[in-house]
Design a protein around this ligand. Sequence first.
Ligand code: NAD
Ligand code: GLY
Length: 362
Amino acid sequence: METLTVALGERSYPIHIGAGLLERAELIASRLPQNKVAIVTNTTVAPLYLARLRRALDAQGVDAVPITLPDGEAYKNWDTLNQIFDALLDNRCERGTTLVALGGGVIGDLTGFAAAVYQRGAPFLQVPTTLLAQVDSSVGGKTAINHPLGKNMIGAFYQPLAVIADTDTLATLPARELSAGLAEVIKYGLIRDPAFFNWLESNIQRLVRREPEALAYAIERSCSTKAEIVALDEREEGLRALLNFGHTFGHAIEAGLGFGAWLHGEAVAAGMVLAARLSQKLGLIGADEVSRTCRLLSAAGLPIDAPELGVERYLELMGHDKKVRGGRNRFILLRQIGEAFVSEDVGRAALADVLGGPPVHA
Ligand code: NAD
Ligand code: GLY
């Protein structure tokens, strides 16, 4: 097991990464304020992993209330959030009952937000079971639900007590979901870690084949970058915005097509290509960097062509981005592969050109 730390003073917490960690319930039990948890999961993950986690918790003397939600991005909303509150209250869960998110990023984001507001704040813990959740969404304390007009528009910053990533769970992940997680892995290389981007170019097939050593390395390296950025800028006043590379476009794709039509990671992949092309349009990077980005994303099984929503619709959807300041969009651009920055200075013409341009081919 590898353990990293998100350094946030009194709210610091460990990220444990390794095989077989669902059985290591002492990692959970040792952090609980009381011997009761509510495990929030969904109809896909419950039959795979709920019993295993409950058995392990039982052996530690921890009482577990299961809460099983419908599966899918389309359920990351108020109705589902209320189902969590109903179950917590029905089962007399107190403010000291810890909410355990067992699942992907949708379950993690919903559970974290529920914990942030249940009885004005209950503890919570992340047990991510998708690659995307293990490299990104379980770390850093962003929690949210979607609004029909915009992605993740209602939520809170609320840090977990710990992140426990059992890499064995990735064995049951559908190939399309593994690829979606690889989009966020590639993002770290693009924004801050050029050596990792080079490593990914040489090792992408090992990741697609799920070689355990390659996956463990990619998860650790991704979490280490994320933990570093979150420790420096927890509430996204500056640096943390870089983690949104490709996301302004990606969130517009998700909302524009209807939540769930494209996976989050797929939308981010096509969004990162748009952001790279915008960077090229503005003279920051060359065609070669755009091609390398497209080739790596394609090799990871990801889309590189954004859907044709029309320039005006894209601009309308992007107006609901959380990075908008004073009515103006801010964009994460590339200065080179491995170096991103925030720009407030992107003209409509360049944007329209990229959004309305012909498809790219890797
Ligand atoms: P997801 O939670 O929808 O999970 C993907 C699918 O895999 C679901 O059908 C799920 O039930 C299934 N699944 C989960 N674990 C499995 C396993 N081990 N075996 C088989 N199937 C399994 O999607 P995701 O990609 O994990 O997360 C995407 C969400 O995360 C989006 O809502 C996105 O906005 C959010 N996100 C949040 C942050 C953050 O910082 N909070 C960062 C990135 C993404
Ligand atoms: N996934 C973006 C962030 O955590 O800031």
